[in-house]
Design a protein around this ligand. Structure first.
Ligand code: EZ4
Ligand code: CO
Length: 403
């Protein structure tokens, strides 16, 4: 019995908001979990403080599966990003505790390493094609084997995935949502030329990726996929919103470009049809937003039956705690595909010291017991929560659209 005697939520903003759960056991061993839900951070903090932590006290931290089922089935109200992020944070912290008590890194508890490291993809973006290709070349020079390309669209003032001049890309950029205008026609004209020029400049030995960020209809996505086929992208991400999973049948009828979906999913049920009908090639759900290591293993096991591989979300709004957990999972899971890497700032890395590392386009979780992640609480306390929302998008005539 590893009795849970206390748990607390730590909210900090070292440049951006992060929510961390710390669970303590009577033996003095503690575990950390990420509970960050970009733009909705305090909702998860409240869910944990008001509704989850009181139920944890006195329970055995070793009973990870039972606690998962208790929080999932016991709420009566199932699924949803707030609930599943809170459960995800508890689950990560419990795996961290179990690893520390066993004296083993979590990937050993998950079956051990299935590979030498986790291939990651970096983000290359720029105001135009030339700038984006320059950024991609810089990534290749740093050893990246895979690079995501997002370029400014001629005629649009701002585009998803493209940093403001001289800044790092950070979408949660306003105390109220900033608004940008979208034109599918302008965007569609810009993507194939970007990939054509990228192949000319980078050759064929580097994987190239692209995120459509839910902006197309299925038939438009089919056309974009077909236009990109000659440039052999590793994947095209979120081509259309995926609430209607059957919509992806229409995309598949028109293109064989590999598809990646799932960063906004929070349960296996969101991906069930996409996986069973082999409508996607990579599932992007990650540890924090989909109920932790326990639930993502279930998603990956289902995906493995259908030759769908993992491609976990790894933007900067997922804290280093999630990155650590994703790497333990990624190193061990049989059907690993790729891991997204948007490096955190130096300051964030100082608040969250960690055992994981990057080398030659690959990442490794390290061999520290548990998840191999810490939080410097004194430093974290210096950076108070600052409200920040994700942007919204409208069509040029003012109609609300998908961001
Ligand atoms: O917009 O994580 O592939 N990555 C993405 C991200 C998401 C943000 C939202 O919080 O689409 O940049
Ligand atoms: Co995305």
């Amino acid at each position: 019995m590893a009795e849970i005697i206390s748990a607390r939520v730590i909210v900090t903003c070292p440049g951006r908001n992060f929510v961390t759960l710390r669970i303590e056991t009577r033996a003095g061993v503690y575990g950390l979990g990420d509970a960050t839900l970009n733009g909705r951070e305090l909702a998860v903090a409240s869910y944990l403080n008001d509704h989850v932590i009181p139920c944890l006290i006195g329970r055995d931290a070793h009973r990870i599966e039972d606690i998962w089922q208790y929080l999932y089935k016991g709420a009566y109200w199932r699924r949803g990003p707030v609930t599943m992020s809170a459960i995800g944070a508890v689950d990560m912290a419990l795996w961290d505790i179990k690893g520390k008590m066993a004296g083993l890194p979590v990937y050993q508890l998950l079956g051990g390493a299935s590979r030498e490291g986790c291939m990651v993809y970096g983000h290359a973006n720029g105001a135009d094609i030339e700038e984006t290709i320059e950024a991609a070349i810089a990534h290749v020079e740093q050893g990246y084997k895979a690079v995501r390309l997002q370029s400014g669209v001629p005629g649009l003032a701002a585009t998803y995935g493209v940093a403001k001049a001289g800044e790092r890309y950070e979408p949660a950029d306003g105390a109220l949502p900033t608004e940008s205008l979208w034109s599918t026609e302008k965007y569609m004209r810009s993507v194939a030329p970007l990939f054509e020029k990228a192949r000319e400049a980078l050759g064929w030995d580097v994987h190239l990726l692209h995120d459509v960020h839910h902006r197309l209809t299925p038939i438009e996505a089919g056309r974009l996929g077909r236009e990109l086929e000659p440039y052999r992208p590793f994947w095209v991400e979120d081509p259309t919103p995926a609430e209607n999973q059957a919509a992806f049948r229409l995309i598949r009828q028109h293109t064989n470009v590999p598809l990646a979906v799932g960063e906004v999913f929070n349960s296996i049920w969101d991906a069930k049809q996409l996986i069973e009908e082999q409508l996607i090639d990579y599932v992007r759900t990650t540890i924090v937003h989909a109920g932790g290591i326990t639930h993502i293993r279930r998603i990956a096991a289902l995906a493995d039956l259908y030759q769908v591989r993992t491609g976990c979300h790894g933007a900067t709004d997922l804290s280093p705690v999630t990155m650590a957990a994703a790497l333990h999972f990624g190193l061990s899971v049989p059907n690993f595909g790729i891991q997204e890497l948007m490096p955190h700032t130096e300051l964030t890395n100082t608040v969250f010291p960690h055992a994981y590392s990057y080398r030659h386009g690959m990442m490794h979780p390290g061999d520290a017991p548990g998840l191999g992640i810490e939080i410097d609480e004194e430093l974290a306390a210096k950076y108070e929560y600052t409200r920040a929302f994700l942007p919204v998008a409208r069509l040029e005539d003012g109609t609300m659209f998908n961001w």
